[in-house]
Design a protein around this ligand. Structure first.
Ligand SMILES: [Zn+2]
Length: 613
């Protein structure tokens, strides 16, 4: 998107019928434009690459160096990924060793023709050779002349690479899927420089962060291979394999190889996969968006893959409406990789089950582009939350909506291995605590936000967050500010407790008594994290009342969420451990009193939330 248009939009701030329309944030960000010519040798799994990278320094800073990621270098014995994985293997977590079962100690056993590497043969900036140093998975380039604020530099980089045997995410000849090439993290990729500085994160198997930009990628490969990936194929009529427009006569060039020409606008990464046995199905949804499926499974196993497209067509209108419209013209579900992994416009799936989760990453990893290393929960957590909602819409839930996410969080608390969500994704002590925090506690953040602000306001927050922060790398504070503006509540305390700390929620009944014909109930905060309270009273005659006590730190109250008669109290001050509510009904009329009957509050001890008289 053009920067000037963005600035004009940012000045539009006005109010309609009391509903504030908020300005588009105007945070600067770098921009890249890659052009890559790749020549793949499928006999030895090596390829050469010529990369031209135009780099716009939109920051206010003068850059004396730049950094690239060289992810494939992680797949060498003794690498940081190898060292870390082997160490995690010595730690007990839950049912077994803490290492990723896909990585284990496999890296140390890789033979020379099975390792991965990216070798830099030549690197120039604006035509002048540059000094660089390869620090395993990071390339550090000391520039002979710094890049001034607002200036553009052109880097030309020649490299050669070997595709590692599939260990984690990318690689060749996956032992389970049999897919020849899963090409993620495969090219020298400029690290992101943002308001928090450079992010040259050594690759230890975890999260990603990249610079928004445009990709032009030309891949020459053995003509029997069928490709899928991030970009739009530009020369479909010279390639065929299901990419050509219906009725087009495909004319392929002579020779052993075909050159696949892709472009991908406004993405922060580019992935591709290739296999001679891929079957390729497509489905066009709404005007001009095409869903692609590339898979190898045959017989009865093929059905689950083919169902992906059917379900995706049903789900997309609901997803667009709930989380914001999908912005690209294409999305590809591709058999490959291990587990499931998200990339812009595409996913690699070892099995079809993860299709929905990975697809929904396109909203949080792909389109928001949050720094996953720092805010993994805003990617994995929001995606897991969305996955449960869409599963419920598709009537294919694995249980009550979000119940799995709450269970994951509660068992994390019980494990005593919990670390705050602010922990850098690479630096959690255990993989188990990272996963439960990022996926489960992150998803609970969103469902519980609905408890605090009301589900309806939370849904408005989701759409406003998407509208204002797409393609801008939002952080946790950015999200909270949107939530505050949409709900007209102060919510900084929610971030500080839920994200920055490991304090937990536990409310309980202290006592009930009758006084002057009225029933009084004293509630007690047992846990250290304060929350607003929904208390439902059900009477023997079948009627009920909702007693709502806002938290003082909110400076407001959520709207009523249902038609039950509601009584709103003055705020509960966070420093007070108890609070007394009362009903005009007699104690003998009361049947059940329940704190948080919707169970959206992540109360770690729910046994003391309900009393039956
Ligand atoms: Zn995920």
């Amino acid at each position: 998107m053009n920067q000037h248009i963005r600035n004009i939009r940012a000045t539009a701030l006005f109010c309609i019928l009391g509903t504030a329309v908020f300005a588009q944030p105007n945070r600067w960000q770098q921009k890249v434009k890659y052009k890559m010519d790749i020549d793949m040798n499928v006999a030895n799994n090596q390829f050469t690459g010529k990369q031209k990278l135009e780099y716009w320094n939109n920051s206010p800073d003068t850059l004396g160096k730049v950094f690239y990621h060289l992810y494939f270098n992680a797949f060498q014995p003794g690498s940081m990924m190898d060292t870390r994985s082997q160490r995690q293997g010595t730690i007990q977590a839950g049912r077994g060793a803490d290492w990723d079962p896909r990585v284990k100690d496999r890296i140390k056993n890789l033979k020379p023709d099975e390792i991965g590497y990216q070798k830099i043969l030549k690197l120039t900036m604006n035509g002048r050779p540059q000094k660089f140093e390869v620090l395993e998975t990071i390339l550090e380039v000391r520039l002979d002349k710094p890049i001034a604020p607002g200036a553009k530099a052109v880097f030309d980089l020649d490299f050669e690479a070997q595709v590692p045997l599939q260990i984690r995410r990318s690689g060749r000849d996956n032992p389970t899927t049999g897919v020849r090439y899963s090409m993620s993290q495969w090219y020298p990729k400029m690290c992101e420089y943002d308001y928090e500085g450079w992010h040259p994160t050594p690759y230890v198997a975890r999260e990603f962060y990249g610079v928004w930009g445009d990709f032009e990628v030309n891949i020459s490969i053995d003509r029997t291979y069928i490709l899928g990936g991030t970009g739009y194929l530009q020369n479909a009529s010279q390639i065929g394999y299901g990419y050509e427009a219906p009725g087009t006569k495909v004319v392929r060039a002579a020779g052993n190889k075909l050159t696949w020409k892709f472009i991908a606008p406004n993405v922060h990464d580019f992935m591709w996969a290739a296999d001679p046995e891929y079957k390729h199905l497509t489905k066009t949804v709404r005007n001009g968006t095409t869903l692609h499926l590339l898979y190898k499974a045959t017989g009865t196993a093929a059905k689950a893959w083919e169902d992906i497209l059917e379900n995706a067509v049903i789900a997309l209108p609901y997803i667009d409406k709930t989380f914001g419209p999908y912005t690209y013209k294409q999305y590809s579900f591709i058999q490959g990789g291990d587990g499931g992994m998200e990339y812009p416009m595409a996913t690699l799936l070892a099995s079809p089950g993860a299709w929905l989760h990975e697809w929904l990453h396109n909203w949080y990893q792909g389109i928001m582009g949050t720094n996953e290393s720092l805010y993994a929960w805003m990617d994995e957590g929001f995606t897991s939350y969305a996955e449960d909602r869409v599963s419920a819409f598709l009537k294919k839930p694995e249980g009550p909506e979000q119940a799995g996410n709450y269970a994951g969080y509660f068992s994390l608390v019980k494990s005593n291995k919990e670390e705050p969500l602010t922990t850098h994704a690479d630096h959690f002590n255990t993989n188990g605590a990272y996963s439960a925090a990022a996926y489960s506690k992150g998803a609970v953040f969103m469902e519980q936000l609905g408890y605090i602000t009301s589900a309806q306001v939370r849904d408005e927050i989701l759409l406003e967050y998407y509208r204002l922060w797409k393609f801008k790398h939002p952080n946790a504070a950015d999200f909270i500010r949107i939530a505050e503006k949409k709900s007209d509540l102060k919510l900084d305390w929610y971030k500080e407790y839920w994200v920055n700390s490991t304090k937990t929620i536990d409310y309980a009944f202290d006592s009930l008594w009758e006084e002057g014909g009225k029933t009084k109930i004293r509630l007690k905060r047992v846990g250290m994290m304060p929350m607003p309270i929904d208390l439902q009273l059900t009477f023997k005659d079948g009627s009920s009342e909702m007693h709502y006590v806002p938290l003082d730190l909110m400076y407001g109250a959520k709207p009523a969420e249902d038609s039950i008669r509601r009584k709103v109290y003055p705020a509960w001050k966070w420093t007070s451990e108890t609070y007394i509510v009362e009903t005009d009904r007699r104690l003998g009329d009361l049947s059940v009193a329940e704190i948080d009957p919707s169970q959206r509050m992540a109360d770690v001890e729910r046994k003391n939330n309900r009393i039956k008289i």
